[in-house]
Design a protein around this ligand. Structure first.
Ligand code: GDP
Ligand code: IMO
Ligand code: MG
Length: 431
């Protein structure tokens, strides 16, 4: 039994995709268990760059079985587009892809519902606009959720859409309240459109929980690839500025059907600094203008969202937040990514504690309204000049860079197994 989970310990985009890709050679299956096309995982092989949203990173290697677990919310045209793009790039997508018959399906009315609420202003989350929240709401609400398997039953699908869509139209119009030009939808047109997607996806749709149980029995090795970061987890993240699924490894059991006791290793992925896309508190944010360190890191680290192209907010490494998430995730080892981006800075700061309303506090208050009141306490470390992108082993790193990584390790109480100095898989240093 050997299952590994790769989980982000910040607000997403920690370079989980790169780590999953590195683990691919030693495993048999890669499984996504949460989220949807809000995720954007970038993998770089020499001069080739792949951007995956719904497909597990394993899809790039034909010897791996890639599984979209029941915990995902899938927008079929996006999935088909991703498959098409990969095929055009010469990547095999066939029986190596399995899609759960129990994952929930995103319809355009989910995106419209989200757009109307986000545009209203008050309480906007700054979502990716992919219909993630409304689709998960329908899943939990039961009466409006449609699962992938139902797309394979045309009569049932039509009947359900004829009940659901008029109700959705009323909800969307009421939410818009005369503003924002709310779109309205026709159930039969949607049904005809989705039946075409169903035809194309049919060969992949299956009982993936059963497939995973059989794979484990047969001694296959699995990587679970989390989407988003632990601080975006619906239960433990910085609520309400979170996503609508469990990105923490707790989501594996529900989101794939594999009992989490099968997971023998949990790898936590962090950036050497912190980023966040969308709204919500961010204590260590570097909001220091167009000539500041924040903008410098954004430029060098190419910190623009893979999914929406939005500039990512940038800040110092926050050891308080990562101590909190690594405990929740049950992390065994961490990888420190994008270390190269910090080259050339005279000094680096790490947040070691918080004060709230001027008084030191213990731990990480994950409620957004409390986190907003926190101010970071920093420790300053010397920076380094050297470009790290050509470093390949520990001894290639300047002592200040090594000290920086060691200090992160001390502050979060976990071993750093690898540091990354560039997007390519070669640009990785095992420690
Ligand atoms: P994910 O969502 O956690 O998989 O991360 P993303 O792919 O959204 O964002 C990570 C970005 O950093 C991608 O563009 C990667 O190609 C890039 N990247 C990964 N590791 C490194 C690194 O060590 N240095 C630099 N400069 N870029 C990296
Ligand atoms: P990966 O897997 C970074 C953020 C959005 C927004 C909040 C809610 O690439 O790390 P949603 O559309 O999920 O309802 O938006 O969550 N968010 C991400 N930020 N990386 C991601 O995924 C994200 N997925 C969602 O920006 O703040
Ligand atoms: Mg990403």
């Amino acid at each position: 039994m050997s299952c590994t989970c790769v989980v982000g310990l910040q607000w997403g985009d920690e370079a989980k995709g790169k780590i999953v890709d590195l683990l691919g050679n030693d495993h048999d299956l890669v499984v996504r268990y949460n989220g949807g096309a809000n995720a954007g995982h970038t993998i770089v092989w020499g001069d080739r760059t792949f951007k995956l949203s719904l497909l597990p990173t394993g899809i790039l290697k034909p010897h791996l079985r890639s599984v979209i677990g029941n915990g995902l919310v899938v927008y079929p045209p996006r999935l088909l587009e991703e498959i098409k793009n990969l095929r055009e790039a010469g990547i095999t997508v066939g029986t190596n892809l399995a899609v759960s018959d129990h994952c929930h399906v995103i319809f355009p009315y989910h995106m419209e519902e989200e757009r109307v609420i986000e545009q209203e202003g008050g309480g906007a989350i700054g979502t990716t606009g992919r219909g993630i929240g409304p689709c998960y709401q329908d899943k939990v609400g039961r009466t409006g959720g449609i699962r992938m398997g139902e797309l394979l039953h045309p009569e049932r699908l039509r009947e359900r859409l004829r009940t659901i869509v008029p109700r959705k139209n009323r909800i969307i119009a009421a939410l818009a309240n005369g503003a924002n030009n709310p779109k309205q939808f026709n159930p039969d047109e949607l049904c005809d459109e989705y039946l075409k997607y169903a035809e194309a996806l049919k060969p992949h749709v299956t009982d993936t929980a059963k497939l995973l149980h059989e794979s484990i029995k047969a001694g296959k090795k699995i990587v679970f690839e989390a989407a988003q970061g632990s601080l975006l987890d619906i239960d433990h993240g910085t609520y309400p500025y979170v996503t609508s699924s469990n990105s923490l490894p707790g989501g594996i059991w529900n989101g794939s059907g594999v009992p989490t006791r099968n997971v023998t290793k949990i790898i936590g992925v962090v950036k050497a600094y912190t980023t966040r896309v969308g709204k919500g508190p961010f204590p260590t944010e570097l909001d220091d203008g167009p000539t500041g360190i924040g903008e410098r890191i954004r430029k060098i680290g190419r910190e623009y969202g893979t999914v929406t192209g939005r500039p990512r907010r940038v800040g110092w490494f926050d050891a308080v937040a990562v101590r909190y998430t690594s405990a929740l995730a049950g992390v065994d080892e961490v990888t420190v990514m994008l270390l190269d981006v910090l080259s050339g800075l005279k000094e680096l700061k790490i947040c070691t504690g918080y004060t709230m309303d001027g008084k030191p506090i213990d731990g990480f208050p994950s409620d957004a309204y409390l986190l907003e009141r926190c101010t970071p306490v920093y420790e300053t470390l010397p920076g380094w000049e050297m470009d790290l992108t050509k470093a390949r082993k520990k001894s290639d790193l300047p002592k200040e860079a090594m000290r920086y990584v060691e200090r992160i390790s001390e502050l979060i109480g976990l071993r750093v197994m690898l540091t990354s100095v560039g997007p390519d898989r070669e640009q990785s240093i095992i420690l």
